[in-house]
Design a protein around this ligand. Structure first.
Ligand code: HEC
Length: 117
C-alpha cells in the first residue's frame, strides 16, 4: 500500500469513528421535565415511590398553586380510592404535606430555613 493510500484509509477510519460518536450522542435520552421537585420533606421520597407508577409529576405540577391542604388530601385519597394507588394510610398526610408546601397554598413555608412556631 502506498503512503497516500494508507493515509486515506486512516482518514476513513477516523471519519467513521467520529460518525459513530455522533450517533451515540444523538440517542441520548430526552431530559425528564416532569419530575417531582426535590425537597428535604419526607413526603418527597414517598411521592417518588408512590406517585410515578401511573403518570408523571405533570398532573401535580399543573395544579393551581392556590390548592389547599384539603384539596391535596382529597386528591391523594382519590389516587388510592378509586384509582387504586397502593398507598399506606399513614403515608398520605406525609405526601400531602410535601405537595401543599411544594406546589400548593403553603408554598414558601417549607423553603424557610427556620420554621416559625
Ligand atoms: C393507580 C394509578 C395512580 C397512582 C399510583 C397515582 N395516580 Fe394520580 N391519577 C391517576 C389517574 C387515573 C388520574 C386521572 C387521569 C385523568 O383524569 O386523565 C390521576 C390524576 C392525578 C392528578 C390530576 C388531578 C385530578 O384530580 O385528577 C393529580 C394532581 C394526581 N393524579 C396526583 C397524584 C399523586 C400526588 C400521586 C401519589 C400520591 C398519584 N397521583 C398516584 C392514577 C394514579
Amino acid at each position: 500500500m502506498k503512503r497516500s493510500q494508507m493515509l486515506s484509509v486512516l482518514a476513513a477510519v477516523a471519519a467513521s469513528a467520529l460518525a459513530s460518536t455522533a450517533t451515540a450522542l444523538e440517542i441520548k435520552l430526552p431530559q425528564e421535565t416532569a419530575m417531582y421537585k426535590p425537597s428535604s420533606l419526607p413526603g418527597y421520597a414517598l411521592a417518588l415511590q408512590n406517585c410515578m407508577t401511573c403518570h408523571s409529576a405533570q398532573y401535580v405540577t399543573t395544579q393551581p398553586t392556590s390548592s389547599s391542604r384539603a384539596y391535596w388530601e382529597a386528591t391523594v385519597k382519590k389516587m388510592k380510592e378509586p384509582f387504586g394507588a397502593p398507598l399506606k394510610d399513614e403515608d398520605i398526610p406525609v405526601i400531602v404535606d410535601y405537595l401543599v408546601k411544594t406546589y400548593g397554598a403553603e408554598r414558601g413555608e417549607a423553603a424557610a430555613p427556620t420554621a416559625k412556631k
